[in-house]
Write a protein that binds this ligand. Structure first.
Ligand SMILES: C[S@@+](CC[C@H](N)C(=O)[O-])C[C@H]1O[C@@H](n2cnc3c(N)ncnc32)[C@H](O)[C@@H]1O
Length: 292
């Protein structure tokens, strides 16, 4: 039987927007949508996915693969705090996970599965009982889970973190907060620190650019922005500019491009038509940032 996610992938983008506008107004919490698979932030409660994502960013951060004693910070961990377990298994001293809400799984199942996955690969992880809570996981991995977004970053000490990573998150940071988030990341990063970010510029509706059809006034209105499909729509060139302006040396290590625009330029709102094809064709990129 196809999963809820497979079914959702085949729904036309207009119907998806309409459905999400309606469903996000129902008095049901994120845990409910997470269980039925309709509104999910990603796949971080799947051990294989979580391990692959965290390993990739760590390996990019340090060629020596020696993470002993590091303090690491993830922006936007999403559906679990598994990242903290993986970082612990890699030997980091402490991990900080910053999100904008308490979206991580609270039950022990995902964390016990993550522990088994790590143990089978020879990593040391704390033993987790059936009654283990998310708080126990965090404590045993020397991790904090902060859910105030920008305000949480602001509360962290200057130059206290060696490594910052994010996976499919930067495009979801509110447009009006993006520069401030990058400034905060720069402030808390040590002078010898490094960031690794994977950015997905597709529309989160049908892997195209249908989000660029809307004017800024409509798209950024609370009605749309709080409906579970928000992306800040900053384009590749704009993000790179902001990274530089906020004090980073920018090294783009991978870029994925569409062969042709997936959404016709004439259907886009005026503010996006000014971008070159070269810019609009970028669908994903991976970047390493170091203090300038
Ligand atoms: C698409 S999910 C990706 C989750 C996870 N990284 C993954 O790969 O499955 C985007 C995540 O970014 C978080 N996010 C958005 N704005 C943020 C901000 N300003 N600070 C921290 N996290 C943020 C969202 O709450 C969400 O957990």
């Amino acid at each position: 039987m196809p999963s809820a996610r497979d079914l959702a992938a085949n729904i036309p983008w207009r119907i998806k927007i309409g459905a999400k506008l309606v469903l996000s107004r129902l008095p049901l919490d994120y845990g409910f949508w997470q269980r039925v698979g309709w509104f999910r932030l990603g796949d971080m409660d799947n051990p294989e996915y979580a391990f692959a994502v965290v390993k990739r960013h760590f390996e990019r951060a340090s060629a020596s693969r020696n993470y002993e004693g590091l303090v690491a910070l993830e922006v936007g961990p999403g559906d679990s705090v598994c990242s903290a377990m993986i970082a612990f298994a890699f030997g980091v001293r402490a991990t900080v996970l910053v999100d904008t809400g308490r979206f991580a799984r609270q039950d022990s199942e995902a964390y016990r599965a993550m522990a088994v996955y790590l143990e089978e690969r020879g990593f040391a992880v704390p033993r987790l009982e059936e009654t283990t809570t998310m708080e126990d996981v965090l404590r045993s991995c020397h991790a904090q889970y902060l859910t105030g977004g920008l305000a949480s970053l602001r509360a962290l000490q200057k130059e206290s973190v060696h490594f910052v990573w994010s996976h499919h998150v930067l495009e979801h940071i509110k447009r009006c907060e993006f520069v401030d988030v990058m400034r905060e990341v720069r402030r808390i990063l040590r002078p010898d620190g490094v960031c690794s970010h994977s950015v997905d510029l597709k529309d989160n509706l049908s892997d195209a650019l249908n989000n660029l059809r809307f004017s800024e006034r409509v798209w950024e209105s609370p009605f749309m922005a709080r409906s579970g499909f928000y992306t800040n729509r900053l384009r590749y060139s704009e993000m790179r500019d902001i990274f530089r302006r906020t004090g980073f040396e920018v090294d783009v290590i991978e870029v994925a491009r569409w062969d042709e625009l997936p959404t016709p330029r004439e259907k886009m709102s005026d503010e996006f038509r000014r971008f070159s094809d070269e810019d609009l064709l970028v669908s994903e990129f991976d970047v390493i940032l170091r203090p300038e």
